[in-house]
Design a protein around this ligand. Structure first.
Ligand code: HEC
Length: 508
């Protein structure tokens, strides 16, 4: 008698628990086939149907090929070159910073029997290649041991950065900033203290077939629009692929990003980003991180072995140490998660994730974790993953992005012409905002702090940026900006001192 009563109680408890479980997760799983089915109908220029996998326009004129041999200077060749010229750098070791401030230059390393033209900063030089022209190609180099950037561009439209091997080049490996229409493909980038590939404030970007590892952030699409990140292999970073809005930058949106068909594995490297920098907030063990970006499609990726989560989605309010920007929408809206293969994620997650998971009575692994408000997000085949926080996601009405080949612009973007009056602004946006935001810390101190220290003293800024020295022990050293000409230095110092908190307009 006693026993059967216990039975009944047990059944009651199980039924209650099942009901509860069902209530949270929906009753019948909706299974969507991976074969056939509708394609995504949105995205950039979907109606135009035009696309091309080249970013650089036809040459302005068929120029000469200048050859650089070991012992000679690449920069000297750049200085001789005219738009339309190609520079061929023969295998050997070159220790210099190359600065290209012209349009339509193709800078190519020549590879012979696997030997490359190698730029070696010897742990002393800041940057390997900097450019600000339009229609630039940089390819086939090996770049090692710089302190600032491997390849960085400022406000150049139409670029191709291809087939470079970049190891230990400081803060960024490949860093195009403020460019429209760029292709970054077949590069191998490793050992970078911030982002291996960092696309900042740019539009119409294609990042494909790269391998990035042993860095803090693998591939980062930040304050940028219309970007496709596909067929990359990102492993042993702190975070694999990231797309987000950094508050406090003059361009305040990130949307229209497709992350598809990537291998994203074992990104559990302890975070070694500069303390206080945005990437220092990435929890080790994150496959894909989406913060405040909109219209992000995640499709066809292998995402495995991440201790925090396979896909981590959050708003600004749930990010540690960020200063909110009233000009930026803090929420990630219209996330679209299609079929991915995910396994062994979230097995040893951070306290914040664990605590939120418990509010849904979730314990154990987490493939997909979403915290914070989100509108119109969707997923297919949610039963395949361990999920937390996606209760508001509907079923997507499509299961692939086969309609979208690329967001690169057929025929290229119009070249960007920098007027003298824009010099300060462009240099500020293109260079300084890589490390300084108005409020809060990116890599360097906040601009408002600099404004207070240098009020009425642009000359002081000019002399500092020409020969920076260590001031704050907790920050890395600032790389010298002495490649900028004197006029630009003065213009950027003025601009930095006069910029207002939120009067910055979208520079699109
Ligand atoms: C690669 C990152 C990086 C870039 C790019 C960068 N900075 Fe900095 N900057 C820093 C860091 C880090 C510090 C803090 C150095 C310290 O305190 O030791 C700093 C500090 C400064 C300071 C403060 C010096 C002081 O007395 O407190 C000024 C002024 C400054 N930067 C101006 C600029 C300007 C202007 C640009 C653009 C032309 C620029 N920075 C680009 C990283 C950068």
């Amino acid at each position: 008698m006693h026993k059967s009563k216990l039975w009944l109680i047990t059944i009651g408890v199980v039924a209650f628990a099942l009901g509860w479980y069902g209530g949270i997760n929906g009753n019948e799983p909706v299974m969507t086939s991976s074969v056939g089915g509708a394609s995504y109908g949105g995205g950039y220029g979907a109606e135009a149907g035009e696309s091309s996998k080249n970013a650089v326009k036809a040459r302005t004129k068929q120029g000469e090929t200048l050859v650089v041999n070991p012992g000679e200077s690449i920069q000297a060749a750049v200085e001789r070159a005219q738009p339309g010229d190609s520079i061929r750098v023969m295998p050997g070791v070159y220790s210099e910073t190359v600065y290209i401030d012209k349009d339509d230059i193709h800078l190519s390393g020549f590879i012979a029997a696997g030997e490359r033209a190698t730029l070696d900063g010897q742990g002393k030089l800041n940057d390997a290649i900097l450019y600000s022209g339009n229609n630039i190609v940089i390819e086939n180099f090996k770049i090692v041991h710089y302190k600032g950037n491997g390849i960085m561009s400022q406000a150049g439209n139409n670029f191709e950065i291809r087939n470079n091997i970049i190891i230990d080049t400081g803060i960024y490996g490949i860093f195009p900033q403020l460019g429209t229409n760029g292709l970054i493909e077949h590069n191998t980038v490793s050992g970078i203290a911030d982002a291996a590939i960092y696309v900042g404030m740019s539009d119409n970007i294609h990042v494909a077939h790269n391998e990035v590892f042993d860095s803090v952030a693998g591939i980062e699409i930040e304050n940028s629009r219309h970007a496709i990140v596909e067929n990359n292999y990102t492993h042993h970073n702190t975070g694999g692929i990231l797309t987000f809005i950094t508050p406090g930058l003059p361009i305040k949106t990130t949307y229209d990003v497709i992350i598809r068909n990537n291998f994203i594995l074992d990104n559990n490297t302890p975070n070694f980003g500069a303390p206080g920098s945005t990437v220092a907030g990435i929890p080790a063990g994150t496959g894909i991180l989406v913060m405040a970006a909109d219209d992000v499609i995640i499709e066809g990726n292998f995402i495995s072995n991440h201790k925090t989560a396979g896909i981590l989605i959050n708003d600004h309010a749930n990010a540690a140490g960020l200063t909110l920007d009233p000009g930026a929408d803090p929420n990630p809206d219209r996330m679209m998660i299609l079929d991915n293969v995910m396994s062994n994620n979230g097995y040893d997650t951070i306290a914040e994730v664990k605590a939120f998971a418990l509010t849904e009575l979730h314990t154990g692994n987490i493939d997909i974790f979403h915290i914070g408000p989100s509108q119109d997000s969707c997923i297919i085949n949610r039963h395949r993953y361990n999920t937390v926080g996606i209760g508001s996601y509907s079923e997507c009405g499509f299961n692939n992005t086969d309609n979208i080949d690329t967001y690169l612009l057929a025929g290229g973007a119009e070249p960007r012409v920098i007027q003298p009056s824009e010099r300060g602004e462009i240099a500020y946006l293109g260079v300084c905002t890589g490390c300084h935001s108005y409020r809060g810390v990116l890599i360097g101190p906040a601009v408002e702090e600099i404004q207070a220290r240098y009020a009425g003293n642009p000359e002081g800024i000019v002399s500092y940026i020409n020969a920076p020295f260590k001031i704050r022990p907790e920050y890395p050293e600032m790389p010298a900006q002495n490649y900028l000409d004197a006029e630009t230095q003065m213009a950027v110092a003025d601009y930095m001192l006069n910029i207002k908190p939120h009067a910055q307009t979208e520079a699109e």
